[in-house]
Design a protein around this ligand. Sequence first.
Ligand SMILES: *[C@@H]1O[C@H](CO)[C@@H](O)[C@H](O)[C@H]1NC(C)=O
Ligand SMILES: *[C@@H]1O[C@H](CO)[C@@H](O)[C@H](O)[C@H]1NC(C)=O
Ligand SMILES: *[C@@H]1O[C@H](CO)[C@@H](O)[C@H](O)[C@H]1NC(C)=O
Ligand SMILES: *[C@@H]1O[C@H](CO)[C@@H](O)[C@H](O)[C@H]1NC(C)=O
Length: 254
Amino acid sequence: MRLLLAALGLLAIFCSVSCHKGACLERMDHKKSPSEEPDMPECQLYSNASCCYRNFTEQLQSPVSKVDNMFWDKCGNISHRCEKFMKRIECFYQCSPYASRWKNPNYPVGLLHAPLCLSFCDDWFEACKDDLTCAKNWLADFEWNYDGNHCKNSCIPYSKMYANGTDLCQSMWGHSFTVASSECRCLRLDERDKAVMKYLKPDDSSSSSSSSSSSSSSQSSEEKSCKRVMAALQKEKEEEAKEQEKESELLENE
Ligand SMILES: *[C@@H]1O[C@H](CO)[C@@H](O)[C@H](O)[C@H]1NC(C)=O
Ligand SMILES: *[C@@H]1O[C@H](CO)[C@@H](O)[C@H](O)[C@H]1NC(C)=O
Ligand SMILES: *[C@@H]1O[C@H](CO)[C@@H](O)[C@H](O)[C@H]1NC(C)=O
Ligand SMILES: *[C@@H]1O[C@H](CO)[C@@H](O)[C@H](O)[C@H]1NC(C)=O
C-alpha cells in the first residue's frame, strides 16, 4: 500500500512538472509553446525551450535602455551588475518555459508569486543598492503617456526605496514574485532551476507567509529530497570542474 501511494505521489509530482510543459504566458509576442531558439544574444539559459523569439532579446543587450515600451534608465544609466539581475528577471518572465507555472489567473500575461530564493533576492539587492529608481512597484508607480513611462517621484537609491532583498523581490514587479520559505525549493533564475522544478509545487509560492500547508510531513520529505538532489548536483559540478582542471594541467605538461 505504501509503495503504491509513493508511486502515485511520484506520478503526481511528475505530472505537475510535465503536464505544465509546453505552455507560455499568454502575451501576444510570446510563442504558444516553448521551442528552440538558437543564437539568442541574451537569455541563452532558455535557448533550448524558449517562449520568446530571438528578436525580443536584442533589446536586452548592454547597455539596456528600453524593454518593450518601458525605459529602465529613467534615473540614469544602470550599473552593469544591477543590469545583470534585471535581465535574469526579464529573461525568466519573457523566455522561460517554466514561467507559465505561475501564470496570474486574473491576468494571464503576467506572473503571480513565482517563488524566488532568498539568496537570489539578497544578491539582487546587493547588486542594485547604489543604483537609482523613482518607482517602487515598476508596474504601478510610473506615469505613462505616448512616449513611455515617466517618474512621478524623485530618484533615490534602491537601498532607500527597498528595505532589503525580500522587499525588492516582492515589490518591484508587483505580485509577480515572492520569496520562498525554502532555500532549496525556489528559483534562482540560473541553470539550477531546471533540476529544482520538480520539487516546486503550485502552492509553494504562498508558503512564505505561513506554513499552513496541510501536509507538513510530506513537505519536509520533499525538502529533504530536494536538498539531496541539489547537493549531488553541486558535487557533480565540482568534480567536473576538477576533471577539467586536471585535463588542462595534463595538456600543459605535454
Ligand atoms: C540544451 O540542450 C543540450 C542537449 O540536450 C544540453 O547539452 C545543453 O546543456 C542545454 N542547454 C541549456 C542552456 O540548458
Ligand atoms: C519577432 O520575431 C517573430 C517571429 O519571427 C515575429 O513574429 C515578430 O513580429 C517579431 N517582432 C518584432 C518586434 O520584430
Ligand atoms: C550612459 O550610457 C551611455 C551609453 O553607454 C553613454 O553614452 C552615456 O555617456 C552614459 N551616461 C552617463 C551619465 O554615464
Ligand atoms: C525586510 O524588510 C521588511 C519590510 O521592512 C521586514 O518586514 C523584514 O523583516 C525584513 N527582512 C529581513 C530578513 O531583514
